[in-house]
Design a protein around this ligand. Structure first.
Ligand code: FAD
Ligand code: DHB
Length: 390
């Protein structure tokens, strides 16, 4: 099998890249180790920056997003028994849209298949070869058989646990990382959200986040220990903890309902540089991870492939190499801005160490400053809605 760009991974990065390449008349094949059913129902992110929404619309895949996505013009910070609104749109002129990542994935898969695009599900890339030649090969396994995909370039969009990053020879990549002493327990609940905007709560028992997916479905998160066992969290315990951490404002209560899905996600910050080696281009979670507090991961994945799509287009149309050569440096500018913002939001809102009163006082001072100073609030807001240029 042969194509122009071989893409490993059908997450937001791989699918969007395949779609953008198609718009430029460039062929690609996407290899995905999971089933279509699995990737379309994997519950993850929910916040799209203004720039991501604009990108999806410009690319012709924003029709359902436009209809069903919920535009939010502010977020709430809750601490010390008080709630404070950060009016993002008033401060920046831009907004975020709440729309589940799996809906973005469904829309992109539908668009690719409608255009005759090739996505091979349950096809696991096992090895990349010839990356320093003109025709690299992706070795993959499908239906118990070994197959090969030859291409001009490989796009490694296979997430943190994928194979692509590992195909770069030792000594080329440099890793920057930080792990946090906590994880997030995320739940999807059949309960009408009791909020119009997202609530980020700093509480002495740990962080909590109230988000939503629709007028009937709430999405909630709790800070838990990094090695927490999901079996230790029956539904009633989850609701009790959410009540404790979120019902801190007089007269406000959350709505409860059946929990449809729950999972625990470890928290890390991680960047690998550069994001390219020879004919391998890495994008999304395959090269950078942020803790989810800043809601940046999916947005970064989309921003990476927007650059990559233009770079491949310039190469195929005019044999220009400059954009491909500049890809890593250009993408990393946005990546590091998001790294800092995500680390900052995480540090401000979580219980970092048990019994560190100095840390707690610093968090309180930061939160007070954010809600008192339009300058500081604008800094939070412009990062949260997404900086157009960084
Ligand atoms: P993935 O979505 O991980 O896609 C990679 C794909 O590659 C997967 O489908 C995988 O099955 C496939 N794959 C892996 N290995 C192979 C292989 N060897 N062969 C073939 N296929 C392979 N981000 C936000 O922007 N906003 C948020 O609000 C937000 N909240 C989050 C909340 C949670 C609980 C979590 C877990 C994440 C959140 N994120 C958020 C992060 C976001 O989900 C990720 O950053 C995003 O999925 C990255 O997209 P990707 O395409 O790079 O990688
Ligand atoms: C959601 C996830 C996040 O990581 C975040 O910061 C805000 C919202 C969500 O899933 O809705």
């Amino acid at each position: 099998m042969r194509t122009q760009v071989g893409i490993v991974g059908a997450g937001p990065a791989g699918l969007m890249l395949s779609h953008l390449l198609h718009l430029h008349g460039i062929e690609s094949v996407v290899l995905e180790c999971r089933s279509r059913e699995y990737v379309e129902h994997r519950v993850r992110a929910g916040v799209l920056e203004q720039g991501s929404v604009d990108l999806l619309r410009r690319a012709g895949v924003g029709e359902r997003l436009q209809r069903e996505g919920m535009r939010h013009e502010g977020i709430e910070l809750r601490f010390d028994g008080e709630s404070h609104r950060v009016p993002m749109t008033e401060l920046t002129g831009r907004a975020i849209t709440v729309y589940g990542q799996q809906e973005v994935v469904k829309d992109l898969i539908a668009a690719r298949l409608a255009a005759g695009g090739s996505i091979l599900f349950e096809a696991e890339a096992v090895r990349l070869a010839g990356l320093d030649s003109d025709s690299p090969v992706i070795h993959f396994r499908r239906d118990g058989r070994d197959e090969q995909l030859e291409c001009d370039f490989v796009a490694g969009c296979d997430g943190f646990h994928g194979v692509s990053r590992g195909a770069v020879p030792d000594g080329v990549l440099r890793t920057y990382e930080r792990t946090y002493p906590f994880a997030w327990l995320g739940v999807l609940a059949a309960a009408p959200p009791a909020v119009d905007e997202l609530v980020y709560a700093n509480h002495e028992r740990g962080f909590a986040l109230y988000s939503l997916r629709s007028p009937e479905i709430s999405r909630l998160y709790l800070q838990v220990a990094p090695d927490e066992d999901i079996a230790a969290w029956p539904d009633e315990r989850i609701w009790a903890e959410l009540r404790t951490r979120l019902e801190t404002v007089a007269g406000w209560s959350l709505n409860e309902g059946p929990i449809l899905e729950k999972s625990i996600t470890p928290m890390r910050s991680f960047v690998v540089e550069p994001m390219q080696w020879e004919r391998l281009f890495l994008a999304g979670d395959a090269v950078h991870i942020v803790p989810p507090t800043g809601a940046k991961g999916m947005n970064l994945a989309l921003a990476d492939v927007a650059l990559l799509g233009d770079a491949f287009a310039a190469w195929y149309a005019q044999h220009r190499t400059d954009l491909l050569e500049d890809y890593s440096a250009a993408a990393l500018r946005r990546v590091w801005r998001a790294q800092h913002f995500s680390w900052w939001m995480t540090s401000m809102l979580h219980r970092l160490e048990k019994d560190d009163p100095y840390e707690t006082k610093l968090q309180a001072a930061t939160l007070r400053y954010v809600v008192a100073s339009p300058a500081y609030a604008t800094s939070l807001a412009e990062n949260y809605v997404g900086l157009p240029e960084v």
